[in-house]
Design a protein around this ligand. Sequence first.
Ligand code: ADP
Ligand code: MG
Length: 596
Amino acid sequence: MEKLTEEKDSILSLVKSPYIRSFIKKYKLGYIIGALFLILIDYLQTRIPIIIGNVIDGLEKNNISIDEIGNKAITLAIVAAIIILGRIFWRLLIFGAARKIERDIRNDLFEHLEKLSQKYFNNNKTGEIMAYVTNDLEAVRQAMAMGVLMVFDVAALLMFTLYNMVTEINVSLTIAAVIPLVFIALVTSKLGPTLFRKFASRQDAFAKVSDFVQEDLSGIKVIKAFVQQEKEIEAFEKVNQNYFKENMNLMKMYAAMNPVMTSIAGAAMAVAIAYGGYITVNGAITVGNFVAFLQFLGMLVWPMMAIGMTINIITMGSASLKRIESVLHQEVEIYDSDNAKSLDNFEGSIKFNNLNYKYPDTDTYALENISFEVKRGETLGIVGRTGSGKTTLVNLLLRLYNVDKNSIFISGTDIMDIPLKTLRENIGYVPQDNFLFSDTIKNNIDFSNGSLSMDNVIGAAEFACVHDNIEDFKEGYETIVGERGVTLSGGQKQRVSMARALIKEPEILILDDSVSAVDTDTEEKILNNLEKQRSGKTNIIIAHRISTIQHADHIIVIDEGKLIEQGNHDQLVANNGLYNSLYQKQLLEKMIDEEA
Ligand SMILES: Nc1ncnc2c1ncn2[C@@H]1O[C@H](COP(=O)(O)OP(=O)(O)O)[C@@H](O)[C@H]1O
Ligand SMILES: [Mg+2]
């Protein structure tokens, strides 16, 4: 029961929403002129039965000339032409306005999603977010198009038709025939909530199907490698069967509604024919009146049905609008503080001052008590076991999450007071997962600027030691990579995404485990390039292999979120702690490799 009242409340929420109101205001011209056309057409439609009735009466009384019949026919043709043209106009105007609103909301949604923090995307599935941008937006558009249209159409048609029936034909006949029709309106609006629920669970079932397909295709390699196709097919059949069932439920309801509506309309027609025929014979109305009345009655069936449908469309639109607004109202957590001041000279000095960090909604510290310093132009190496907090540390440097004040300073300024744009423009980041877009290699490398010269792109690729690989592809730099293109090897992906960061010539370069899939010779070349070409700029290198970072100016060792050792390579080896044990282990592995 609670759910029903909630649905009823939400009928008006669409109209009440200040967000939607702002759009109605913005596009009011389209709506107003469209509605005027609609009302004009509805008016003209109700003239047709009157004209036809006049002709019939003239024929019956034998007092109409051929010329007059011709004139009436021409009038009818003109009215029909205006109706057809008018329909085109209101369609363009009202549906056009709704399409504009749809476009604007989609832009707003996308813009807002781009601003939301990593936390939001960790907590919400991509499939769900996609549903807001597609299904829910579609429901809102329907409400703003069909919903608005029907409100005007129903009101105008009811008014004009009933007015004509009452004034031009007969009051008691109108009352007698319209009473059964009222049941159509009652039935459709009563069934509304049920229909709404069935519709909503159909949408849910659909979302599950599309989610399933999306996830399955992304993981197709794993599924094949583990020979799980049979199981997946079975699971999919279940999800699909559920969608089928929900569709059938909805269809059964529509199927049952149709004969009910037709019967009611038939009953109204029967009353009209019986009673109307009787008073025609009595001479209370003319034959022309009688024919016109039957036509009017036919014209009333649609608005009666539309009352319930309008309520449903607007209710569904309101429910979807709520979901969309919940995204739009989702707080943007990462934004420029009021004291954010532009830095005239951004330089890559970094200071961690007793930083403590917990991920949102977790209880344990991912990083605890971290203090270290990197001067401009230095290279920092970070080592530690998987899960120790290395990626977290660099994510904080990019301010993908907020940190406490006074815990991280970059370029001598509290990170919380650096404008986000300045901060991120000056950092080149090669993420651990090396995401590449489904686009050409060139565009992937020139991602941050979008209009750099080919020389720049090739320069960056040479720096990252991937130029030769790219040249080997048939299409070279125009080769499309990613989902719908060639698959790069892990090492090639790492180096393309490194070129993407290098081309920015950033003050701070962050490599998160970026050479793990690159052979040691190539790795050495890349490290040499870094040393030669990035003098005066800061590098942060996270690595598995000690060899990758052993020449760094400063090395920190992270373990279980704590900084347990720091210094240069020699100091750390002498320290005989975790660093040394990792180093010795890797030396041993190398020796065994070389012997083999
Ligand atoms: N978004 C997140 N929410 C909660 N915990 C996280 C999140 N990302 C990483 N962690 C946790 O933080 C710890 C450090 O992870 P991470 O920085 O990725 O380690 P590393 O890069 O050293 O392998 C791990 O225990 C990991 O499970
Ligand atoms: Mg990591």
